[in-house]
Design a protein around this ligand. Structure first.
Ligand SMILES: Cc1cc2nc3c(=O)[nH]c(=O)nc-3n(C[C@H](O)[C@H](O)[C@H](O)COP(=O)(O)OP(=O)(O)OC[C@H]3O[C@@H](n4cnc5c(N)ncnc54)[C@H](O)[C@@H]3O)c2cc1C
Length: 400
């Protein structure tokens, strides 16, 4: 790869990269595309890793995988980490000392799992994010008889993987720091409903449990808890969110306070011909304001737009993303901020509920609980940047 030159170079081989390669071709550009990714696997839809690959026999790794190369003719350089960018020379440098020249560079490096300093990753400790993690976990779960898995983290990855594993017959202990599972996100009645689904399924849900460290041995793992005591399990699966992967961009582009790569509405960074999209990008959302979103709708839509822009489109990125999660037979979708410390109003509707989150001046988030419809209406409501004096007057605003 040392003398390679590509019209389009994409760093990071995730979902945003796949979408961007498609966006380049959508725009009619025929120039060569190189996608450089540190993982050993092709771009893969990560949401399946904690859901359908476990719970729906119709979903296999083979039929879920993306076909980036076949569909876009991009060249994939896997197991290759980019460690530097020279914007004057228009070159990226890889860990193994090679350089690749670009006309346009797109950064889609997402993030690396947030880790607990005193709990190193290992054979029995997985910081869960990749297809490789799924394959390892699946192998371990199938090799053991009803293993005891400690899941650390009450966010969407922790809760989804806990639900998936208990349905595989594992003994699951879910450790999270809050009083009620989902409590920081959901209004109290919905959080109680959420937690009940886990306890009913046999998950041992332990609130107020912050893991501070731990160690693995040949036959198990011990997790130390902040409030004292420890938990022994066969495996630990940790899902605590990500830190944006930007170390190779130090001094190259401007970074946001949240650690993301700052881009404008055309997804341009502060460096010429360098763009960013997906989980790593902090962008100006027309409804939500400047933000960074770690969700798939954002990664694929922004990635696709970035591809078209790289290939010459003069459009702006103006998509406000939704996000979703599925556990057991519950699905929820949302737009905007889900922070239960805000004022909230829960509107019970046929089959589910709509929860509205309000600041003193406007509706800032909408949660659609067990409802398939309503995302567009929710986005339109947020775009109005207003609120009724009495939150209860929102009743019936969204009726999916
Ligand atoms: C288990 C799981 C379940 C999820 N479920 C949902 C869901 O239900 N709903 C939802 O909305 N979202 C979900 N998400 C989030 C969604 O998958 C992400 O938002 C999306 O994958 C982000 O795509 P990306 O391409 O921006 O980044 P990533 O998918 O993180 O891809 C970035 C890639 O770049 C690589 N990389 C980083 N640094 C370098 C470097 N220096 N050189 C080369 N390569 C590098 C990384 O290793 C990675 O492979 C889930 C995520 C996970 C992990």
């Amino acid at each position: 790869m040392s003398t390679e030159h590509h019209q389009f170079v994409i760093v990071g081989a995730g979902m945003a990269a796949d979408a961007a390669a498609h966006g380049i071709r959508d725009q009619g550009a025929e120039g060569s595309i190189a996608i450089i990714g540190e993982e050993p696997t092709m771009p893969f839809p990560r949401p399946a890793l904690s859901k359908k690959l476990w719970t729906d026999p119709d979903f296999t790794v083979e039929n879920t995988a993306l076909h980036t190369v076949r569909e876009t003719d991009a060249q994939l350089h896997l197991e290759t980490r980019v460690v530097g960018v020279d914007t004057d020379a228009h070159e990226v440098r890889t860990e193994d000392g090679r350089t690749v020249r670009y006309d346009k560079l797109l950064v889609t490096t997402g993030g690396h799992p947030r880790t607990i300093t005193d709990l190193p990753p290992g054979e029995r400790v997985l910081y869960y994010r990749s297809l490789t993690d799924y394959q390892r976990l699946r192998g371990m779960v199938e090799a053991a008889d009803r293993p005891h898995v400690a899941v650390v983290g009450g966010g969407y990855i922790g809760t989804e993987i806990a639900a998936a594993l208990v349905q595989q017959g594992c003994r699951v202990t879910l450790l999270h720091p809050d009083e009620v599972l989902g409590g920081p996100m959901f209004p109290a009645p919905l959080a109680r409903d959420f937690q009940r689904r886990f306890t009913d399924a046999g998950v041992d849900v332990r609130g107020g449990a912050t893991v501070t460290g731990g160690a693995e041995s040949a036959d198990g793992v011990r997790l130390e808890l902040e409030r004292g005591g420890s938990l022994e399990a066969d495996l630990a699966v940790v899902g605590l969110g990500i830190e944006p992967a930007t170390s190779f961009l130090d001094g190259v582009v401007d970074l946001a306070e949240d650690g993301g790569v700052l881009v404008d509405e055309r997804l341009r960074t502060s460096a010429p011909d360098v763009y960013a999209a997906g989980d790593v990008a902090t962008y100006p959302d027309p409804v939500l304001g400047r933000t960074r979103v770690e969700h798939v709708d954002n990664a694929t839509t922004m990635g696709r737009t970035a591809g078209r822009i790289l290939a010459g489109s003069d459009e702006v990125h103006d998509h406000t993303p939704m996000f979703y999660s599925d556990v057991f037979d519950l699905g929820y979708q949302a737009v905007g901020t889900l922070d239960s410390s805000l004022e909230t109003f829960v509107d019970e509707v046929e089959g589910g509920a709509v929860a509205y989150y309000l600041s003193s001046t406007e509706v800032v988030g909408v949660l659609l609980w067990n409802l398939d419809e309503g995302v567009d209406e929710a986005t339109e409501l947020l775009a109005k940047h207003t609120r009724p004096a009495d939150a209860a007057d929102l009743a019936g605003t969204i009726t999916p």
